[in-house]
Design a binder for this molecule. Structure first.
Ligand SMILES: [Zn+2]
Length: 64
């Protein structure tokens, strides 16, 4: 693998990490606001099974 490819991969990884951090941050804010676990669109409770798979899910299965 050449240097250009390595650099491109490092960049892609950095972007993914930043996206994860943003989602964690948003989930944290919802926890503080007591909105965690409720769909951002319809306000329905997000099922525990869904949160178990994606703890940072913002929307229920219907709205996702
Ligand atoms: Zn919903």
């Amino acid at each position: 693998m050449d240097a250009m490819q390595q650099q491109a991969m490092a960049e892609a990884q950095k972007r993914t990490r930043n996206l994860d951090l943003t989602r964690i941050d948003m989930a944290n804010r919802r926890l503080v606001d007591d909105e965690y676990g409720y769909c951002a669109d319809c306000g329905d409770e997000i099922p525990d099974a869904r949160l178990a798979i994606d703890p940072m899910a913002e929307r229920c299965v219907k709205c996702a």
